[in-house]
Write a protein that binds this ligand. Sequence first.
Ligand SMILES: [Zn+2]
Ligand SMILES: [Zn+2]
Length: 376
Amino acid sequence: MSRDYYEVLGVPRDADTQTIKKAYRRLARELHPDVNDHDPQAEEKFKEATEAYEVLCDDDKRRIFDTYGVDGLRRGGGGGGAGFEGFNDLSDLFGTFFGGDIFGMGGRAPAGPPPGADVAVELVIDLKEAAFGVTTDVEVELMDTCRECGGAGSKDPSAIRRCVDCDGAGRRRSVRNTPFGQFVQMAPCPTCRGTGETITDPCPECRGSGRAMRVKSLSVDVPAGISDGQRIRLTGQGAVGGRGGRPGDLYVHVTVRPDPRFERQGDDIVYIQPLTMVQAALGATVSIPTIDGEEEVEFRPGTQPGETRVLRARGIPHLRGRGRGDQRVVVNVMIPRNLNQKQEDLLRELEECCGADHYDPKPEGVFHRLKNFFTG
Ligand SMILES: [Zn+2]
Ligand SMILES: [Zn+2]
């Protein structure tokens, strides 16, 4: 390496030790493998930064470097790479650094027994259930408490002994030396795998783990107003953890089966009401389905295609807060086809006596409403 150590750490030439230390810590954090999954050079860069740190924090080496550069250090370093006396095993140092949690970035090996896994399950409900809520059962296969031993892991509960390696704590201290001094790490005890106990007579069903796979039926309260694709979290209802570990969560992914009659837009329901040409012209009262029953709606004579009627608060209840969305009823006017001679004659007669003043070529708002309907 013939790099400029000041450049490597990104510090000015007159930086004091404190600044150099800070710069090194920042770099080490950036090169943390949890952050830098895809940088294969992270370890190389870390070595380089460590070398720079070592040299610049040592008054003698820094003076040599300032005067003669890296070559000066090589000549005067007395064997081996410059400034590496204390770090023969760099990858070990790397592991010490990043395996622990000295930067508070979340350790990879939390102390204590392993927590249970989160489990996901799909639930399909219909639109009415989504609108008004439903309490239903879901079947889910997950790691559950062993029924044979009640989760103790031992055939005979009195045969459980305290782990001698960790004295029942489930964790063990390990001390590592690093450039910043000693770091104490707490790691799960490998002997008892964090439980603090030794089982001398393991349960044959779960072989001492206290857990077994089984299909479980769980009750789910689906709140009124839920939408397709939303999920419900049941805290602590996922897989059970290792003995003493906290359970995972159960995520219920909700799929709302579409209702061919209705189109849901947020908490509003859009419904298309077909009227015959004659019903639209003469006016009509029709019974319209809503998510909770029928409703009579009167259309005035001369109703135009695309006209919209709003049935207030007949849509989906709001998931948060009170009230409901609306149901928007959009009129579609149906034109008859396959007419016989008599029907054709009647329509021609109508056309002859029905002048332009009976028609509105651009009924107010129709196109606007259509646009609204299609774009929501
Ligand atoms: Zn068991
Ligand atoms: Zn132990």
